[in-house]
Each structure stands twice: as structure tokens, then as C-alpha cells.
Write a protein that binds this ligand. Structure first.
Ligand SMILES: CCCCCCCC(=O)SCCNC(=O)CCNC(=O)[C@H](O)C(C)(C)COP(=O)(O)OP(=O)(O)OC[C@H]1O[C@@H](n2cnc3c(N)ncnc32)[C@H](O)[C@@H]1OP(=O)(O)O
Length: 197
């Protein structure tokens, strides 16, 4: 089967230079919001995706497909897999670039079925920046970091002002989240940025 792929990134870009205070290789990245469907501990049926910074401009993420993620019996739902990539790609942008950004466009190529019980190892790369536009891509390997590629994705993230979240989101929940972040002031100071809620 032939797959036609458009040039990527689709526009001229500058190199995506990680923030000087970006976490170093080997750092396990935390949950950015407990109720996040992609990574949150309190999202019972969520993906519970976990990420670690790799060498260069790479983030390694992984999540295990459960029965709660099925589309067909015993197989992951494609939309759930797209969600995992949104989270993995977003985590790379947020943590390496340290700028609040949201997904503007997300493309996925589903290459192999992903069975319940398997773990996807997602490797995300920063591909370039053009003004507020940050281009990223990822491959999801089945059951091992060097396993066969089951899903690939490419995304455009757009840098936004923090009021994107307060204007369009739930201000009460945001206040709760801010209070939670303030509990760990030292970590906040180390971050030196406003993490995506
Ligand atoms: C650590 C955190 C991990 C989090 C991971 C999860 C991330 C998410 O899921 S975020 C939630 C999903 N995304 C959203 O809800 C976003 C909804 N969309 C929006 O709010 C707006 O459309 C937004 C902010 C993306 C862009 O709006 P706005 O700020 O007005 O910018 P706008 O001028 O339209 O676009 C900026 C640039 O991006 C381009 N652009 C925007 N959308 C697209 C698109 N879909 N395709 C191609 N280009 C696009 C525009 O053409 C423009 O380019 P240029 O600068 O060259 O003119």
C-alpha cells in the first residue's frame, strides 16, 4: 500500500530550540493536570500516559492499552490512539519549549492494529518553529522502544497567551489548579513558566 506524505514541516521553519531551563535528558515528566484524560491520575479510564525527556529534542512517552480504550473487541480505538499522540506531542512542546500552546492540527497514520494489553512507546521530536507555530512529529512503537511502528503522527501546536485557558476554560477549576501548583512554589520557580492547565 502506498502512503502519500506531504512535506513536513509544511512551511519554512527555524530550528526548535528547547528552553534553557527545559528538563534534562532522563527527567521523568510530571502530570500537568490530575484530571487530564491523557495523563491525569484522577482520570480513571484515561490513558495515564507517562513521559521522559530523551537526548536532543526528543520526549519518550508510553501508555498501555486497556479494555476501556477499545474500538473493536480487543483492539484500541483509533481516536484514543490519536488522543495519546496529542498528549505525547503536547507534553514535548510544553516541557521542552516551556510555552503554553494548544493543538491546532493533528494528523495520524494508523499502520498496525494496537491490541488491548499492548504498550505503545511514543517517540516525539520537535521539528521546527515558525512564529507562534510549533511543528512536532512522533512514532508509536508496539511493545518496545524499537518495536514495529503502529502509529505515526504529526502536529501543529500554536502558542497562546495564558488567558486562552481562563477565557475559554473553567475559571473555578483553574483557580483550584493554580492553588495546587502554589503548594510547590519551589518547583514553580524552577519551571519559570505557566504550564498548560
Ligand atoms: C503539557 C500539556 C500537554 C497538553 C496536551 C493536549 C493539547 C490539547 O489537546 S489542546 C486542546 C485542543 N486544541 C484546541 O482546543 C485549540 C482550539 N483552537 C483555538 O483555540 C485557535 O484556533 C488557536 C489558538 C489554535 C489559533 O487561533 P489564533 O490564536 O487566533 O491564531 P490564528 O491566527 O488562527 O493561527 C495562528 C497561525 O497558525 C495557523 N493555524 C492555526 N490553525 C491551523 C490549522 N488547523 N492548520 C494549519 N495552520 C493553522 C494559522 O494559519 C496562523 O498562521 P500564520 O501565523 O502563518 O498566519
Amino acid at each position: 500500500m502506498s502512503r502519500v506524505s506531504q512535506p513536513w514541516p509544511p512551511v519554512a521553519v527555524e530550528p526548535a530550540v528547547p528552553h534553557p531551563k527545559a528538563p534534562v535528558a532522563g527527567t521523568e515528566l510530571g502530570v500537568h493536570f490530575n484530571e487530564c484524560f491523557g495523563c491525569g491520575d484522577e482520570a480513571d479510564a484515561g490513558l495515564h500516559l507517562r513521559s521522559t525527556v530523551g537526548e536532543g529534542q526528543v520526549v519518550h512517552s508510553r501508555f498501555t492499552v486497556t479494555a476501556a480504550h477499545q474500538g473493536a473487541p480487543g483492539l484500541a480505538h483509533g481516536g484514543l490512539l490519536a488522543c495519546a499522540f496529542d498528549e505525547a506531542l503536547g507534553s514535548a512542546v510544553g516541557n521542552l519549549m516551556r510555552r503554553p500552546a494548544v493543538t491546532g492540527k493533528l494528523e495520524t497514520d494508523f499502520r498496525r492494529p494496537v491490541p488491548v494489553g499492548s504498550t505503545l512507546f511514543i517517540e516525539t521530536r520537535l521539528d521546527g518553529v515558525a512564529g507562534r507555530k510549533i511543528y512536532v512529529s512522533a512514532d508509536g512503537h508496539l511493545d518496545a522502544a524499537d518495536g514495529p511502528i503502529a502509529v505515526s503522527a504529526r502536529a501543529l501546536f500554536i502558542v497562546v497567551a495564558f488567558d486562552h485557558f481562563s477565557t475559554h476554560g473553567d475559571p473555578e477549576a483553574l483557580e483550584k489548579l493554580a492553588a495546587q501548583h502554589e503548594k510547590n512554589q519551589r518547583e514553580r520557580e524552577e519551571r519559570g513558566w505557566e504550564i498548560n492547565p
